[in-house]
Design a protein around this ligand. Sequence first.
Ligand SMILES: *Cc1c(COP(=O)(O)O)cnc(C)c1O
Length: 430
Amino acid sequence: MSDGPTYGFDTLQIHAGARPDPATGARQTPIYQSTAYVFRDADHAAALFNLQEVGYIYSRLTNPTVAVLQERLATLEGGVGAVCCSSGHAAQIMALFPLMGPGKNVVASTRLYGGTVTQFSQTIKRFGWSAKFVDFDDLDALRDAIDDDTRAVFCESVANPGGYVTDVRAVADVADAAGLPLIVDNTSATPYLCQPISQGATLVVHSTTKYLTGNGTVTGGCIVDSGKFDWSASDKFPSLSAPEPAYHGLKFHETFGNLAFTFHGIAIGLRDLGMTMNPQAAHYTLMGIETLSLRMQRHVENAVKVATWLENDPRVDYVTYAGLPSSPYADRAKRCYPKGTGGLFTVALKGGYDACVKFVDSLEIFSHVANLGDTRSLVIHSASTTHRQLTPEQQQAAGAGPNVVRISIGIEDADDLIRDLDQALAKACG
Ligand SMILES: *Cc1c(COP(=O)(O)O)cnc(C)c1O
């Protein structure tokens, strides 16, 4: 099918990017388990290597199964192109790589996945990059944090794990006024609940490991490019606007126009960093995406039921879920996320750290794992696990204090989930 804007989300999540296999007619996208692709002749090979013709060379760069996933994600997010890679964390590095350089910084929200806080506050320093963390509800603080060396603004739409939702439009306006790209991690919302590009984001990154695949089988990541940023408007993005020595002085923006970031991601990013998604992973993720909207509807419905029940339980101190009327973000959630705010929230127990540990150990349907966005309900005590490397202040800022348990609500029967939580709370809180 041709992917026109006339098709709805539910149609595109099944069909975008896929066509019957030209060799066999196979209706499902085959897993092209091949490392290399035969050149028609030496001229064809030269044209591919010069980026004068698009085609398959070697699976570190491109693979037909991965390409279908790239096209599907670009379509669902409303972007012009996408680059898949080996994990969500790889996607973040791949997104920053063409923008940053030694001495340059990214201004990031304080409300991020714990692993991202560690990646940004520690590991990227090895590249000479740095991150400045600010509260993105304070737009003046965001404006003030941006300086001459800032090259990107970064946030999550629905933020993991604290029940916080970002007003992407408001943040995009600040980035835009500063002439900077906004990168939005849309992992927890998925394009079903939020399309950051329609609200002004330049790039969208995903951990496809989570809701997109949806069943906890493979890790993967993706960067979707809006194609809307003018990389040549300033001299801040020479990787995209200036001659590239590794391609005989080719200028990506001038040559590839609105696909500059996508081409750079493949021709430089995947070629030289090698954070490639394998075709098996792409296959599992394509399978998952076919049912994305159905699953997200049920995740939201179950999360609202379970969070409401927990909020009214005397053993519970508070629940942070932007989908609850009691949330300080309820109005923003309704305005910016009308289909719901996903399946993730945190619950704080009156019994503190000890009760939390007993609680997660007593659950029967919920699994205690470092993952989210699975069909199965999952739980984790962030302070002793994913957010362990953070300072107490960073834990609090991320909504992951010692008395807090993160819950990823699956698509099981909500009444069974509530019964399980009830018996575990009884054991944990006496
Ligand atoms: C899991 C996650 C990541 C990291 O993704 P991996 O696939 O585990 O590398 C980044 N951001 C968010 C919001 C996540 O949930």
